[in-house]
Ligand binder design. Sequence first.
Ligand SMILES: C[S@@+](CC[C@H](N)C(=O)[O-])C[C@H]1O[C@@H](n2cnc3c(N)ncnc32)[C@H](O)[C@@H]1O
Length: 369
Amino acid sequence: MEPLAKVKRVCKTKPSKITDCRIRGGVFTKGSCPMNGTRWPVVRTINEDDDKRLKSENFKKVTLLTSSDDSASLPKELCTMRPMRSLTAEEYVKTFQSFLDHSTEHQCMDQFNKKELPNIVASLGNGNSTINVLGVGSGTGGQDLKMIRTIQSKHPGVFIKNEVIEPNPQHILAYKEAIKNSSDLNNVSFTWHQLTSMEYEKQAKGWNTGKKYDFIHMIQMLYRVEDIASTIKFFHSCLNRYGKLLIIILSGDSGWASIWKKYRHCLPPTDTGHYITANDIKVILEEMALKYEVYDFPSVWDITECFIDGDTTGGHTLDFLTGTKDFMNTAPLGLKQQLRQALDQPECSTKKEGRILFRNDLSMIVVSS
Ligand SMILES: C[S@@+](CC[C@H](N)C(=O)[O-])C[C@H]1O[C@@H](n2cnc3c(N)ncnc32)[C@H](O)[C@@H]1O
């Protein structure tokens, strides 16, 4: 724990005011309390009717955490904690990389690319000399480039026009770097849209060019779009006559689905993403009466370290899982314990050779035009 300030209890708090070790409160940041003039940050609890009384530039509202998890007893000590908050784009990049380093996410996609993708892309382009591809939320492009190579191998000599929609500038830079380091992409052009899918949709509707693509993919990105159904509808409408839309998303049997369904209350409210799986996407596609096929592939994420307090990898694991910055140090003890217990359940994880492996199974959904 990294408290902003730690003090002995300075005022009486009714046990009923303590929820999950948390009390509404504040700290006198300039080091003195107008009431007693001490030189140290003074922490005090507040009630709704105290709000006006404590309106001072010097008083910063924070959540007070008690050192005791037993809310029935009065805390002996109070400390003010940094509040929980969502990950920024840069922090997300870091925790996503940690997730990739400790999971078989990309190996799972490689299996799909090897076993199923060649057949799926074989009919693309309808014999034309150019195949138009659009990646939505492409990240650093690793998966895009593998799929481009599969398309190249099934359509030798055909020119591939590849467009990328990706809002994160760091990801676009890394994608461009990956292209520079590849010598086999001569017959491929790249166009960049540093936009969210919604921004792109608005722009495309404004241009009114009716641009169509043979292959559009949305790999592990629908969690963050504003309106999932309308996004699928729009991008499906951008397909050429024989085009295909590939959606890769967590499967309804994954540990994520179980955590979201049964332990939703364990997750902090700071995560701004949608808790959706392939099951939700199937419902949306059925409602739109679209034709699709689903391929399920197993994948795991080694989350062993998230059970060790103070572990850096464990910290990144919990941050990516909860969409929260520094969850290990900012979440109340009770929430942290509940989440760890949930992660240890058989529907979320399995144990192998002393490691705890979170079920990260993926579903690959191929929608026809
Ligand atoms: C989990 S990563 C997946 C990246 C890549 N497709 C892969 O599988 O390696 C999600 C990506 O979606 C991007 N993203 C987030 N919100 C988005 C939005 N509203 N529209 C398009 N992309 C978005 C993120 O910047 C990130 O690169």
